[in-house]
Design a protein around this ligand. Structure first.
Ligand code: IMP
Length: 185
């Protein structure tokens, strides 16, 4: 962990704070979906730790499926072009779908995804994000469940990466700007 810690400017959300929030979100979701069967759609790869923790905290009959989409590549800003790299394994027609995403920034990725998924006729569709950077939104998108609103800083850890690194940090931290400034991305 030590070499990765050198790249962290500060810890924004520690492990205990994240885990308490996951339990709180799971309790709200369990109440809202009582008596229903839920399908979590985890957006790879960033949401994988969040979705796994949320899944095990949900006392409901729940299925999970995965979708991979292109996001920033190795840079820190979205291009607005979203590509499906891996589609869901199963149909969501007639299902209660909860899309689980790590972070909503401009909102471009999620709005594209929601449009695509809603055309498949789910019984209902909601969105749960761990982190929200509302200042950066360029499309009108309000997630149904939000863990934390955060300022406009590039964060890593708990699934979130920079150039595929730091996903294994158990906390969410701010990446030192010189790390990405150095690559010019
Ligand atoms: P959006 O399309 O601008 O809302 O970007 C959403 C995607 O960009 C997320 O799924 C993340 O993969 C990535 N992203 C946005 N902000 C950050 C960040 O601060 N750290 C790591 N990834 C981020």
């Amino acid at each position: 962990m030590a070499p990765m810690m050198d790249d962290v400017a500060k810890v924004l959300l520690d492990e205990a704070t994240i885990q308490a929030k996951v339990r709180e979100l799971a309790a709200r979701i369990a109440e809202d979906y009582a008596g229903k069967e839920l399908t979590l759609v985890c957006i790879l790869k960033g949401a994988v730790l969040f979705a796994a923790d949320l899944l095990r905290a949900l006392p409901l009959p729940v299925e999970i499926d995965f979708m991979a989409i292109s996001s920033y590549g190795r840079g820190v800003r979205t291009s607005g072009v979203v590509r499906i790299l891996k589609d869901l394994d199963h149909s969501i027609e007639g299902k209660h779908v909860l899309v689980v995403e790590d972070i909503v920034d401009s909102g471009l990725t999620l709005s594209y995804l929601l449009e695509t998924l809603s055309s498949r006729q789910p019984a209902s569709m909601k969105v749960c994000v761990l982190l929200d950077k509302p200042e950066r939104r360029v499309v009108d998108l309000t997630p149904d469940y939000v863990g934390f609103e955060i300022p406009d800083e590039f964060v890593i850890g708990y699934g979130l990466d920079y150039a595929e690194k730091y996903r294994n940090l158990p906390f969410i931290g701010v990446l030192k700007p010189e790390i990405y400034a150095a690559t010019g991305e």
